[in-house]
Design a protein. Sequence first.
Length: 230
Amino acid sequence: MKLAIIGLLLSLGVASAVDGVIVARRADADFKLTADPDTPQWKDVKGVLAVNDAFGHRVPGHKTVIKARWTAKNLYILFICPYEELYLRPGPPDTAHETRELWEWDVAEMFIGSNFNHINRYHEFQVSPRGEFVDLDINSNKLDGDHDMQWNSGYKVKARIDRGKKIWYGEMKIPLASIDDRPVVAGNEFRVNFYRMQGPKPDRKQIAWRPTNNHTYHIPESFGRLILED
């Protein structure tokens, strides 16, 4: 009954506001990353919206859509990110290796955890408009960027910029075994939040799906839920 209600709310586009839930729809098979919301894998998938900053204040012009899918092996996330101006890391992008401090430039992020007893333990995944990436193993009680970066999930990303529409797209493919040791079945739940960083300091825009009411995003008490559904 719970999943049926969530599915109905998502079809109406209001589940993010009512429940803090994003549903990941099952895909029949793994698929190639394209960062294209019009592909068959994404076109009819309902998403959730991130429209406010970390304190719940509206951020005009940056209404971000997040969609999710899953297979027996992988979790897929798609970010659709309108922007005013891009703020990119100087130099050519490195899409083969992790980029240190990627969060200092434009980026979309997912924080996700499967441990409901120790909510301070979770993983962080980032993708930039040019396909740079970093994944981290987080203990929010003891953040350590160098140590956290030693963990590697084996995830893949794809990004694309549509400068005509002023939208960039970021897609992630995350091995579920890297973030959860349970059998992969419909009904599995994760604790999750989604964020964006856009533009340079001091006028940087920050967009959060679930407000943290704090200048840091590392507030696991604010996370919503991601549910695997058929």
